[in-house]
Design a protein around this ligand. Structure first.
Ligand SMILES: NC(=O)C1=CN([C@@H]2O[C@H](COP(=O)(O)OP(=O)(O)OC[C@H]3O[C@@H](n4cnc5c(N)ncnc54)[C@H](O)[C@@H]3O)[C@@H](O)[C@H]2O)C=CC1
Ligand SMILES: O=C(O)/C=C\C(=O)CC(=O)O
Length: 351
């Protein structure tokens, strides 16, 4: 066995009901005296509660999915104007993404308090959108210094969004098995992530207010993000990235729809990944396991339900073709990608 694996340096705290104490301890560790708190309007009250004891210099609530550059610039200016020395972000991937956009140019450390399963808190990946083009990159400055996971914060995430977000996390696991820097450590993280998500998400869907299911799901989401952070973006993430940037599709739902189509596309040429995922799902094949889970979750099924027009398909295929990673086990052509995307658009059986 030969591999090179990079483990990203960050502290991870995980405790239900302990967000405020965790954030306070991490802020003290950093020696921060002028904290910028970022939360979307919907998470404003939650963030106020969690950060009530901190030395807050400003609270910022202008958050949008895929981080439009003009929002990033306003947030960076606010951080500089208020001489912030650390950022506490409370929210989903969009909120963490804005904190990362600030850290990218200012180097301010981030304490991330995630409230969805997107996993941005555990990666050094940033994303910014300008003129309908989403650019992503990696930079050590955007990796949060600490993550404060508190599963009780996810109890309010509605069941449908929990399912979509949980499948976004599952996609990190699956795609990491054939992503450019895939290695045995990522694969181990991914397999345990699949096990945790496969156990937790049905519980969450059935009873969104149950802490057990939420704990499993959030633990799985962290493992998934750690696998993705190290392995990089495979075909699945490249497809979703194009769709999110060009057509402003909702991130989690797009991942949830596209995943079985990419798995069906790659599994025949990735038998090792197929076996590993099948074992983690407790199924005969990876696709059978994923589809059984999706059926239990009543998962999002078709891109046409989320704002993609049929007339958008050819341009999307063209953009995706440019982005296919060399590591992808199934060679991609315009024809087979067009078939994949049409099937995902229609919600037909993945083949
Ligand atoms: N850089 C990276 O490594 C990654 C970045 N992302 C980015 O994250 C963004 C998507 O993040 P998501 O978390 O899917 O969406 P999001 O952060 O936009 O949240 C979706 C919705 O859920 C609400 N919400 C969040 N937490 C809630 C809670 N606990 N209770 C009730 N409502 C809640 C939000 O207010 C929002 O309306 C995209 O821009 C994506 O590109 C996603 C994964 C990894
Ligand atoms: O696509 C994902 O789930 C992971 C990475 C990103 O979304 C990167 C970003 O655009 O912030």
């Amino acid at each position: 066995m030969r591999f090179i694996h990079t483990t990203l340096p960050q502290r991870v705290r995980f405790a239900s009901g302990a967000a405020a104490a965790g954030v306070r301890a991490e802020t003290e560790r950093l020696g921060a005296r002028r904290v910028m708190v970022i939360a979307a309007d919907a998470e404003r009250a939650l963030a106020d509660e969690i950060t009530a004891d901190l030395p807050v210099a400003l609270r910022h609530h202008e958050v949008a999915m895929h981080v439009p550059v003009e929002l990033a610039e306003r947030a960076r200016a606010a951080a500089t104007d208020h001489q912030a020395d650390a950022i506490v972000s409370v929210g989903g991937g969009s909120t963490t993404g804005l904190a990362k956009a600030i850290a990218l140019t200012t180097g301010l450390p981030i304490i991330a308090v995630p409230t969805t399963y997107a996993g941005s808190e555990a990666t050094d990946v940033w994303g910014l959108t300008e003129n309908a083009v989403k650019t992503t990159g990696r930079d050590p400055r955007v990796l949060p210094a600490a993550i404060v996971y508190d599963p009780s914060l996810t109890l309010t995430l509605p069941a449908d969004l929990s399912v979509a977000s949980g499948l976004n996390a599952l996609a990190h696991c699956v795609d990491s098995l054939w992503a450019p820097q895939s290695d045995p450590i990522n694969a181990a993280l991914a397999a345990e992530g699949v096990r945790a998500l496969n156990a937790g998400l049905p519980e969450v869907a059935e009873d969104p207010s149950g802490v057990d299911g939420r704990e499993h799901a959030l633990y799985g989401a962290y493992l998934a993000a750690a696998a993705f952070a190290s392995a990089g973006s495979g075909l699945h993430h490249k497809i979703c990235h194009v769709l999110g940037g060009m057509y402003d599709l909702p991130h989690a739902q797009t991942h949830a729809v596209v995943l079985p189509y990419v798995l069906a596309f790659n599994a025949p040429n990735a038998p090792g990944a197929d076996r590993r995922l099948a074992a983690a799902f407790g199924a005969d094949t990876a696709l059978a396991g994923l589809q059984a889970l999706r059926a239990r979750l009543n998962a999002p099924a078709a891109l046409r339900d989320y704002g993609l027009a049929e007339s958008d398909l050819p341009a999307a295929v063209e953009a995706i073709l440019e982005a296919v990673p060399e590591s992808n086990p199934t060679p991609a052509t315009e024809d087979n990608l067009a078939a994949l995307l049409r099937a995902a658009w229609e919600g037909s059986e993945p083949a």
